[in-house]
Design a protein around this ligand. Sequence first.
Ligand SMILES: *Cc1c(COP(=O)(O)O)cnc(C)c1O
Length: 497
Amino acid sequence: MDYVSTRNKAARVTAAYAIANGIASDGGLYCPTGFPALAAEDWEALAGMDYKGRAACILGKFLTDFSAEELADYAAKAYADEKFGGADTAPVVALGGGRNMLELWHGPTCAFKDMALQMLPHLLTASLRKTGETRTACILVATSGDTGKAALDGFHDVQGTKIMVYYPVDGVSPMQKLQMVTQEGGNVEVVAIRGNFDDAQSAVKRIFTDEKTREELDRDGMMLSSANSINWGRLAPQIAYYVSAYCDMVKGGAVEMGEKINICVPTGNFGNILAAYIAKRMGLPVNKLICASNRNNVLTDFFKKGGAYDRNRDFYTTTSPSMDILISSNLERLLFFASDYDDKLVAELMDKLARGGSYQVAKDVFAKIDADFDAGCCDDRAAAETIRTLWETEHYLCDTHTAVAVRVYEDYRVRTGDETPVVIASTASPFKFCRSVIEALGGTLEKDDVTQLDVLTALTDTPAPSPLAALAGRPPRFERVVDKADILSTVSLLRDL
Ligand SMILES: *Cc1c(COP(=O)(O)O)cnc(C)c1O
């Protein structure tokens, strides 16, 4: 399988090259040139496998320059039972009303980013080897909270890599911040920026396309790479859990093999839901992909207003910070796929986005997108109500991001009458957003963030995940705050790691 940039499909590269480099030098995102189909015998084999086997199998369809043995070895390490608290890596929990919660937060940092970022270091180090790369890979990460910690956990002390994380100083939850600033490891750096996630992401993209920075790093034996979902190596492992969920649902009798499901995903950068779209293109029986947003509803408008994307709007800080995003990077890949790989068109739209902050997708392309997707949004109050209702009626505790998806799905079902069984991506442990969840349940907040975990445990009789409880008393290692205009200068910190 070859890969091409969304903005220039003339040059074909291998999966290893795409993963090692993260983003194409023209600013485009690497995409596979086709969708490998899952045949009936694939489904049969997948059904009999554990999560590690399923992940290795799906990755093998896309990463054809990796051997089956390599991928099986990485999957065994990435999804080791001791990292994911047991054999069920991504369990499906059935609720009433045909709702199936796909819990993606049983990994070491308690958010779905672990599903990909425990795998990426293995893929990246192998990709460097396969492409004959001898320089140190410097991974730059812009985070709205969860990617930062998951990437730090995945890459700390990994040979041949350094990692630098940028987070918006007032844009992450207290627990997310504590997780990042206490990170151990000799090859890590964490920087807070005065700005929001979009500022951080734009700055990182700017560093990537800055020739001078690249040359200077090259002279010092370093190269840039990415652990954001702009990197194909981040996206590919995410396809597996949708396939795995379907296998589990068939096994458990929730659906018959071949019966369609809906998938609803709380969305920010559009990576997670794009993985579900790719699974659909491979043959996963999906009726609608439902894109759920918080008050930053640029994507809802895009889907509802005939493909008009417009980031010129107010930015809100919400109780679901990992979705506080106005530039959803992976939408670029959807445009590429839906337009049958029209690189000129994508380059033109992305240029419009960069210059004026908006673009309009052509009718025929949007018609294809519209056939696959539905969308909705809800505000913090509706999300809080949902957390409370779900707890009171189903005794199911969910976090603020997942609550957005549950609410948007509910609205969708009422609006359309569509009763197709649904998979709702549950993207974070509720303990990661303790403060908001306690408030939603009507509990009383404590001052200290780690003590807050005990409050939620007392309220719900649910134990806090051990990686979060272990943060108590850990001193912060990183306290640097920079203006967004000065991000480029922080690249020099990489030299000292
Ligand atoms: C990152 C994140 C999201 C958004 O996922 P995207 O792939 O960026 O759309 C949703 N919920 C949580 C908890 C996250 O960490």
